[in-house]
Design a protein around this ligand. Structure first.
Ligand code: FE
Length: 330
């Protein structure tokens, strides 16, 4: 073996040990979605990224309990309300990064830099392509019309995605009007609310209901696996506020001992080279504008997004929960 080659082989063997950097991510985003990307970071930089996955409420309590002793460097969640909660509890460090500020639109990150979106997830109307014409649809609010009596499916109000949707509606329409809409939706239900969005989409396909509100990536998975799946996306509120978008995102843990490394990793996740894969693996939209979409996602066409800062999902969450309860949304 030539000496230079031996030197290269040795260097590559030694490299991971020399840069002993390691980051720990407490993640609500599911392991199969993030693990390949974390491994890629390790290959590119030598920094190992370990993860601990659980629901956001559990991870937030854990971070709070561990305090200064935590091993966590980053907190990753799949809802703006959860990111907001972690920030409110003082668990995330404000981060000043020109790269992150340039990559992530202002409405998709904490104004104080405590968290940044890494993907966008639209929660909009879906309909049966067999029983509904898109021209019959317009807005979330219009699904409260008596026309949809016995034809609407919803997910449980216990799911944070619905809390966030309702929170942004309160911000936009006021509590009174939002409650009226929620009551209308409940009156139009074809069946009891579902435990998840996939069940809901399947119920529309099976003819149990004709319209519903879901995160589009659930439908993306079904359309990808079952070509011709008879449910399609309708972009809500295109003549007004735009469709509701939520985020998955991350922030640097306040007690992290590797903040500079953690920031580098976050900047890498927000870069052009990574944003496409981060979103596409789950049929989501990249947080960074202009990044190529998965073909299933691109087929839904461009749409107008609600531009409200997603942190509204956090600070109006409690109000949204009470409102849904009053409206009888289980
Ligand atoms: Fe989800």
């Amino acid at each position: 073996m030539p000496r230079t080659l031996i030197a290269l082989v040795l260097a590559s063997l030694i490299a991971p040990a020399v840069s002993a950097a390691e980051l720990v991510v407490y993640t609500e985003r599911k392991e199969p979605l993030v693990k390949p990307i974390f491994e890629r970071y390790q290959q590119e930089t030598g920094t190992t990224v370990r993860l601990l996955s659980d629901g956001a409420p559990v991870l937030i309590e854990r971070l709070a309990a561990e305090g200064a002793n935590t091993r966590a460097d980053l907190f990753m969640a799949v809802d703006a309300g959860s990111l907001w909660q972690a920030a409110e509890r003082g668990l995330l460090a404000p981060t000043k990064s020109a790269a992150l500020e340039a990559a992530i639109p202002a409405n998709l990150r904490d104004p104080q830099g405590r968290w940044f979106a890494l993907s966008q997830r639209a929660r909009t109307i879906v309909y049966s392509t067999e029983r509904v014409k898109p021209a019959e649809l317009s807005s979330y609010e219009a699904l409260a019309d008596a026309k949809w009596k016995g034809r609407l499916c919803l997910r449980s109000s216990k799911k944070v995605y619905n809390m966030s949707l309702v929170a942004t509606m309160i911000e936009r329409l006021g509590a009174q009007k939002t409650e009226q809409v929620a009551r209308g939706w409940v009156a139009n239900l074809a069946t009891a609310p579902f435990a998840d969005d996939t069940l809901l989409a399947n119920a529309i396909a099976a003819g149990q209901c004709d319209v519903g509100i879901i995160n589009t990536y659930y439908l993306g998975r079904l359309q990808h696996d079952k070509p011709g799946f008879p449910v399609q996306v309708f972009w809500a509120n295109q003549d007004g506020s735009g469709a509701h978008v939520n985020v998955s995102g991350a922030g640097i843990v306040a007690a992290s001992k590797h903040k500079a490394e953690a920031q580098k990793f976050l900047e890498w996740l927000a870069s052009d080279a990574v944003q496409g894969d981060f979103a596409s693996v789950n049929f989501e939209f990249p947080a960074k504008p202009g990044v190529k979409l998965d073909p299933v996602v691109a087929a839904w066409g461009p749409f107008k997004h609600d531009e409200v800062n997603v942190s509204v999902a956090g600070h109006r969450q409690a109000e949204a929960v009470r409102l849904m309860d009053r409206a009888g949304w289980r």
